[in-house]
Design a binder for this molecule. Structure first.
Ligand code: SF4
Length: 348
């Protein structure tokens, strides 16, 4: 299989260039073609010699994916479907699958919600991605294609790693993408424009906190261990209390922010008892809670809370001293809202 250039640093590109007989400085030129000009093919890298381009194309490719399909919501949200080929097992086998990226337009920004894995191992009961099982990790080129191959590629202002998969279960590739997004030779975004969402994979969470400055969102959903375990098997390996303890050793009073995602299942996790426990759990940590309306999925015992019940729960948290906001739901009509991404190709 050819080496995919997208996602590589200038230093790595230099090594690939050298092995194709190109001069060392070609590494920087290739990085510019990839991340500034965003070319799809090596033949477009016209400041490399023709022979050099041919030698490079013999061992490498850009690796950009094109979307198979796009759906547009009544609220302007767009869901792009990408075909991916994930390596499986120790050999050279690949599994074909699809992932989705969601572009959410707002008055002053355009946010891309990206997928980091095809499917997911984590098995959260309320999540359509979790229900389809795990098909493989995306490479950095697969993730960057979600940024570069969509109609709004040049207009994106923010990104959230909140699509399909658990990004901290694929940290090496996700870190590569964050490096491309934030490096001067890449897109030169401030890390403040990037939020990574996790259910709390502690070993790589620690690395994320130490190795980059992006914002963090933790999927919490219930403060009680035995209740959280009912929905989120991860609680067995790494408890929410351990995650919060770890976060309390970092500083979130400056530029970097931490928030907690809390999908409200009516009657299951929005009682005064839950609000009290959340306030106690998060006391001493500078953070906010985002309350998310649940989108009903098949064969699931709980339903969404009413707007009124959401507001009441928000007020209980605010009275306890925890800032809570109700997140507006986007793209529900095209199954692009939180927890609904399933990577299904609906046409043809
Ligand atoms: Fe995976 Fe996130 Fe879905 Fe849980 S909620 S199954 S971590 S994609």
């Amino acid at each position: 299989m050819k080496e995919r250039l997208l996602g590589k640093t200038p230093e790595e590109l230099k090594q690939i260039a050298l092995s194709a007989g190109l001069p060392a400085f070609a590494g920087k030129q290739i990085a510019r073609w990839l991340y500034v000009n965003r070319v799809r093919t090596i033949s477009e890298m016209t400041n490399l010699s023709k022979a050099g381009r041919e030698a490079l194309a013999a061992i490498a490719e850009v690796g950009m994916l094109e979307p198979l399909d796009v759906q547009v919501s009544a609220d302007g949200t767009k869901k792009y479907l990408f075909p991916v080929r994930c390596p499986v097992g120790a050999g050279h086998d690949v599994e074909e699958s699809c992932v989705e990226a969601v572009m959410i337009p707002e008055a002053d920004r355009k946010t891309l919600c990206v997928s980091s894995q095809a499917g997911c191992k984590m098995g959260c009961k309320f999540c359509m991605t979790g229900r389809q099982g795990f098909h493989g990790n995306l490479g950095a080129a697969d993730i960057l294609s979600q940024f570069f191959a969509i109609d709004e590629a040049g207009e994106l202002t923010n990104t959230v790693f909140m699509g399909m998969g658990e990004p901290l279960d694929n940290w090496e590739e996700v870190k590569r993408v964050i490096t491309v997004l934030t490096a001067d030779w890449g897109l030169a975004w401030s890390p403040k424009r990037i939020t990574l969402s996790t259910i709390g994979v502690i070993p790589t969470l620690r690395r994320f906190l130490d190795e980059c400055k992006c914002h963090l969102a933790v999927s919490l959903h219930n403060p009680f261990p035995e209740e959280r375990l009912e929905m989120m098997p991860v609680q067995k390996a790494w408890t929410a209390a351990e995650v919060v303890r770890l976060l309390k050793t970092y500083d979130f009073t400056g530029q970097r922010r931490v928030s907690f995602e809390y999908t409200v299942f009516d009657g299951w996790n929005n009682t005064p008892r839950h609000a009290d426990a959340l306030v106690r759990l998060l006391r001493g940590l500078e953070c906010r809670i985002n309350l998310i309306r649940f989108h009903r999925i098949p064969d699931f015992p709980y339903g969404p809370a009413s707007a009124r019940a959401m507001e009441e729960f928000r007020d209980m948290l605010s009275e306890g001293g925890v800032t809570a906001t109700i997140r507006a739901s986007r793209g529900e009509d095209i199954f692009a809202a939180c927890g609904l991404l399933a990577g299904k190709h609906n046409k043809g």
